[in-house]
Design a protein around this ligand. Sequence first.
Ligand code: AMP
Ligand code: MG
Length: 480
Amino acid sequence: MTAHFPFDNSYARLPERFFTRQPPVPVTAPELIAINRPLAEDLNLSLPDDEDEIAAIFAGNSLPDGATPIAQVYAGHQFGGWVPQLGDGRAVMLGEVVDRHGIRRDIQLKGAGRTPYSRMGDGRAWLGPVLREYLVSEAMHALGIPTTRALAAVTTGEPVLREAAFPGAIVTRVATSHIRVGTFQYFAARKDIEALEALTAHAIARHYPEADGPRGLLQAVIAAQAKLVAAWMAVGFIHGVMNTDNMSIAGETIDYGPCAFMDAYHSEKVFSSIDQFGRYAYANQPNVAVWNLAQLATALLPLMPDRDAAIEDFTSDVNQFPDLFNAAWHGRLRAKLGLATETEDDIALAFDLLQIMERQQADFTRAFRALSGPDPDAAKQEFANPNALDDWFPKWRARLVAEGQSEAGRQQMMQAVNPVVIPRNHRVEEAIQASISGDYAPFLTLHEALKRPYEEQSEFAAFQDAPEAGEEVRQTFCGT
Ligand code: AMP
Ligand code: MG
């Protein structure tokens, strides 16, 4: 078979100031690490039979017909500080295809070489961040959480210089778009109203066709982000770098850098080595989301004919976020406890449990999964003091009785939302370390285990374990 990507590149048809036309910079010796065949099928791609030819495509050495490679420009607030121009500094979008469900998806090579937005960077990525993104984004998808996907990973045959020289690599990212809050901010800051209008129309047509104008778009993004952050928190995910340039208008998780799933529960947990003040800590994620959405609202204001009225409307829309987030978050917490109906005290019950988990350093994933089984008492082992749940258990059991659900139904409901396997940091780290010496087996096995995160798979039992004292990863680093 020869390569065929049915490209239809709508972003590249927007005005030239939205991007720079930029082919990927070819690499010396591409080698395929992973190709996501089910995703390729979903995208209607035909791939060559030969692995070297596949590697050449996803290394950027051989462009499929119809590609119009571009680097997108955007701006953003990084840790609250305004940066008027950012952009794809190490990523090149090949183009868009319409998938089997009629959804338009971007195909982007990340680590594809320098672009006009590279600033001091080399435009490259190394194996570590590439495999991390592949594993974690695909795990996120398997968990049922909106996310960009990973289509391929290749090595380049070229070293990349970081703290040391590491093998260079490229991950192919698929997104329903790469439009960020920061894309709107870029044009708003330049008072380029025409571009802002075109971007808004493009984003609405693509993601929220039912949305009515800029305000409709704002409301839709607010709703999508409220659900997304609740979904993250329900699986213990910390994005780590929720800058406005890393927040997708489509409501997908994007830009897997210093992200992490927590092991032991703590509401203030931070992993990112550069997040000194806990701006992007676990429980601060909804606050940061509101802050980012306020920036989106500000960027959309110039499109409104009556500015004062729009400020009032947009403020009230942004202020809806806490209610929307809480509705989503509380719904998830109820489901995690096996509660299909709502009573007033449910959230206090859930927060009580989280507080005990925090004090007792309970493993978030293991504790909830143990509660989901036939013998919830097994969860006690996850707490430093196994008696710490003595007061909580009877309250939960009483609440379950009021629920009137069968025991089998309860287990089924809880097991569908409380995963067995998550991409634990020490396992991701282990896979990366092995890959540096050319052994991809741990990466491939972990990836396999993460495909069915809600199922008990005895062959992958080791991935359920929390890290031993010496294995715990306390810090993660930006994917550069
Ligand atoms: P991030 O924090 O990973 O979202 O990246 C922030 C900005 O830095 C984006 O504009 C990236 O394109 C850019 N960037 C990150 N790493 C590199 C690199 N190795 N070379 C060039 N640009 C980079
Ligand atoms: Mg980014």
